[in-house]
Design a protein around this ligand. Structure first.
Ligand code: ADP
Ligand code: MG
Length: 400
């Protein structure tokens, strides 16, 4: 049995230097932060440690400077915006240097320069991890979104200092454990998105884990085509027919019921509300039509499946949701999942860049049990891969 030390275990941190790995890799437009979600995600941990009198040193990366200092990727650019979100002063420290850190007082918060300015960061060079580690007395990892990378600031350093999961990391790990680690059954997974090829490992892992696998989006077309359905001009990976069949066979052996749509929304051109729009049975798609969403009858059947489930994990939209009305199935099923969650019968966890956008579009992100904004790390977790940044935080019960 493994577990994690959290901020509940840090003890008295007054005057101690806490190196906190956070995700400050925010999108910028004309020098301003265009989405501060990641900055806000750090607040519980940073505020708690500063209030307890720790000297809080934030470690992060920003962009892809490839091991060299680049003024346009300096975390100095994020310091003022971060100060604004945090609501207290934040220092910027441009070098990983003990003397510079020594000028800070208990309760102070500082951002250290972009760790990727040093080639040792991405190489997970023990020398660079050591150089970071001497700046702190303890290490807190609050950047789940960077945990799929074994870098010095996410992995190497965790072996050199007492290491703890921050509050955002803790919430993410708890939600993921509840969804796929040790979930209440039956478990349903929704997997959608454009292509099977980008999510093969996810599908292979899920068929062995879940009771219901709901496939939508462009990837449903690949499965339908593999089953001999004529999908017309639809986005589909016909060369993956054998792979799709193998996944369906594995599902059958594992007692996982795979749900493919039996009605679909099609059009001759991919445009908002096209004149050729219609809904039909999957066997009635014409040669010049493409499937752009799953149909209303399929959505109703899937809602009935979700009603029998205790746990749901969702990655990928069911249709081309950016273009109306091909968001209808995603929005409808997301609203069902949200309502079931609010009624208390369902634990619902979702993640993925476009998935989060689709749930926001449906206005239900806050009604899911947990929505991960971690992107790559979330997908690797859905593939069942151990995440180096998470593994490095694990402790055996016997060690506690
Ligand atoms: P996520 O970012 O949540 O992991 P993906 O990137 O895998 O999701 O997939 C999202 C994309 O899939 C969206 O751009 C959406 O338009 C596209 N998509 C979904 N269904 C279809 C379809 N039937 N035809 C074409 N594109 C689709
Ligand atoms: Mg995407």
């Amino acid at each position: 049995m493994t577990s994690f030390r959290t901020l509940d275990d840090v003890g008295d941190v007054r005057g101690k230097r806490a190196l906190v790995r956070v995700d400050l890799n925010v999108p910028m437009q004309d020098g301003a932060v265009s989405d501060d979600t990641r900055l806000r995600a750090t607040l519980p941990t940073v505020t708690e440690l500063a209030d307890k009198g720790a000297i809080v040193l934030l470690l992060a990366h920003f962009g892809r400077p490839k091991g060299e200092p680049r003024p346009d990727m300096s975390l100095a650019l994020v310091t003022r915006p971060y100060e604004h979100v945090l609501g207290r002063p934040v220092r910027f420290i441009g070098e990983w240097d003990e003397a510079a850190v020594a000028t800070l007082a208990p309760g102070d918060v500082a951002i250290l320069e972009n760790a990727r300015f040093d080639p040792g960061e991405e190489a997970n060079d023990p020398a660079f991890a050591g150089r970071l580690a001497v700046l702190g007395d303890l290490y807190v990892d609050d950047a789940f979104s960077a945990a799929h990378r074994a870098h010095a600031s996410t992995e190497g350093i965790a072996h050199l200092l007492p290491a703890y999961a921050g509050r955002a990391m803790e919430a993410e790990l708890k939600a993921l454990e509840a969804a796929l680690g040790n979930p209440e059954r039956p478990v349903a997974a929704v997997v959608g998105g454009a292509k099977v090829s980008t999510k093969l490992a996810v599908l292979r892992h899920l068929v062995a884990k879940v009771d219901h696998l709901i496939i939508g989006g462009g990837m449903a077309n690949t499965f339908l085509a593999a089953r001999g359905v004529d999908v017309g001009k639809s986005l589909a990976e016909h060369d993956l027919a054998a792979t799709a069949e193998a996944i369906l066979d594995a599902a059958e052996r594992a007692n996982c019921t795979v749900h493919l749509p039996y009605d679909v929304v099609v059009a001759k051109e991919f445009a908002p509300n096209p004149p050729s729009l219609r809904t039909c049975n999957v066997h009635e798609v014409a040669a010049d039509e493409m499937i752009l969403d799953i149909g209303p009858a399929a959505v109703e059947a899937l809602a009935d499946v979700l009603k029998t489930c205790r746990t749901l994990v969702w990655n990928g939209p069911l249709g081309a949701f950016e273009t109306p009305p091909f968001d209808a199935a995603t929005v409808a099923l997301a609203r069902t999942a949200a309502a079931l969650t609010q009624e208390g019968g369902l634990v619902s966890v979702a993640g993925g860049g476009d998935t989060v956008a689709a749930l926001n579009q449906a206005g239900v992100a806050a009604d899911f049990t947990f929505v991960s904004t971690a992107g790559g790390a979330f997908l690797e977790w859905m593939e069942g891969k151990p995440l180096p940044g998470v593994e490095a935080l694990k402790i055996d019960r016997s060690e506690r």
